[in-house]
Design a protein around this ligand. Structure first.
Ligand SMILES: C[C@](O)(CO)[C@H](O)COP(=O)(O)OP(=O)(O)OC[C@H]1O[C@@H](n2ccc(N)nc2=O)[C@H](O)[C@@H]1O
Ligand SMILES: Nc1ncnc2c1ncn2[C@@H]1O[C@H](COP(=O)(O)OP(=O)(O)OP(=O)(O)O)[C@@H](O)[C@H]1O
Length: 339
């Protein structure tokens, strides 16, 4: 803790903005005995992000608050969900737990146990990334919580135990944690997704992302999927990413979970059709869905395409222009105003 002007100590707040991810490529290699699938996936983080603030407290345990940005009412209105007439749908899409069901709560609990540190954490999470969207929001929040907790306790961010904790929390969490503190704009993940290797790639990618107001369960989508007999590799996509050629990137994408997700939620097909009609290229579902993305050549194009799609799809979907950013997200340290 840092001494304040009054001579008393004032707790530090760690602030970070956990990004969402898009799966540009996702192939299923094998179904394992433990129910997971061996996958080969290429992920890019994007600047559609949540905000997480963490501080140490003397009291044991975790105190987590979750709010939506700009507010739950505004997000619900954009999604066309009415809390009074559709309470179940409202809860399914917008209710985010603040207890041990939240991956941030689990991450911080495991951190406290594993490193056997005293006290607890107070955490404020502001959600912007939709849940059950295939954008890895919960996983990114969990990785951010682990990194902020380590930072506040003076544990090196490349401590190998953090990777183990991340992998135990979920298959997508290690990607957001970063590899040995290196920053990367794209990575290939194998195993069940926990073995992450950065891809040497320095350009930025501009996309439009549409969340169609449906939360899909990752386990359910995987359970409907079939491992193909002809397995594809992401080599063409990796070459195109390294060459910075948009047409090549759009031509190399694949998502083996798109078929099963569309079977569960056929309305995603209409969203993809609108995206193609709008002139986006390489339109595809991300992860286990329900969000979809398409590429554009520049930021100006993504803003323009997002505006047009918004006029067609909102309310009923959230349309956002986004750009690739590096993982892990930066951590800012601030002195808390009160203590
Ligand atoms: C779809 C992706 O987001 C693509 O990046 C990930 O593969 C999912 O990662 P995640 O949300 O972190 O998933 P986990 O929490 O590890 O697993 C949730 C459930 O999804 C299924 N699952 C997940 C990952 C994987 N490689 N194979 C699976 O079959 C399992 O039924 C598992 O019980
Ligand atoms: N921090 C969190 N943010 C959002 N959802 C959370 C969080 N912690 C737990 N959840 C629960 O997890 C589920 C969705 O998680 P998540 O947002 O990771 O799904 P997803 O976007 O489909 O991600 P993935 O790509 O990993 O499958 C919801 O049921 C939600 O209630």
């Amino acid at each position: 803790m840092q001494p304040s002007r009054s001579g008393l100590t004032s707790p530090l707040i760690a602030l970070t903005r956990p990004p969402a991810k898009l799966n540009l490529f996702l192939e299923l290699l094998r179904r394992r005995e433990d129910g997971y699938h061996e996958i080969d996936t290429i992920m890019v983080p994007i600047d559609w992000s949540d905000t997480l603030r963490l501080r140490r407290i003397e009291r044991c345990g975790i105190n987590l608050s979750v709010n939506w940005s700009p507010s739950i009412e505004i997000v619900a209105a954009r999604l066309g969900i009415d809390a009074k007439s559709e309470p179940d749908r409202f809860d399914q899409v917008l209710a985010i737990p603040t207890d041990g069901r939240n991956l941030v709560h689990q991450a911080l609990g495991r951190f406290l146990d594993h490193f056997d540190v005293s006290g607890g954490f107070q955490c404020e999470l502001v959600k912007s990334i939709p849940a059950g969207a295939g954008m890895g929001g919960a996983s990114s929040d969990a990785a951010a919580a682990l990194r902020c907790a380590a930072q506040l306790h003076g544990i090196p961010l490349n401590h190998p135990d953090l990777s183990r904790l991340a992998s135990d929390l979920g298959s997508d969490v290690p990607f957001f944690l970063g590899i040995d503190g290196q920053s990367c704009l794209a990575a290939r993940a194998t195993g069940r997704g926990e073995k992450v290797a950065p891809i040497g790639f320095s350009s930025q990618i501009d996309v439009v992302v549409v969340f169609p107001a449906i939360s899909l369960s990752t386990a359910r989508v995987y359970s409907q999927a079939t491992v193909p007999s002809d397995i594809e590799t992401p080599d063409r996509l990796i070459d195109a990413l390294q060459g910075g050629k948009l047409e090549g990137i759009a031509g190399g994408i694949l998502n083996r979970l798109q078929g099963p997700a569309l079977k569960i939620a056929s309305q995603i097909e209409e969203i993809l059709e609108s995206m193609w009609r709008c002139g986006l290229i390489g339109c595809q579902l991300t992860g286990s869905g329900s969000a979809c993305f398409g590429f554009v050549p520049s930021r100006v194009d993504s803003v323009r395409a997002a505006e047009w799609l918004r006029s067609q799809l909102e309310p009923g979907a959230i349309v956002t222009s986004a750009r690739s950013v590096p993982v892990p997200s930066l951590i800012e340290l601030h002195q808390s105003a009160s203590h």
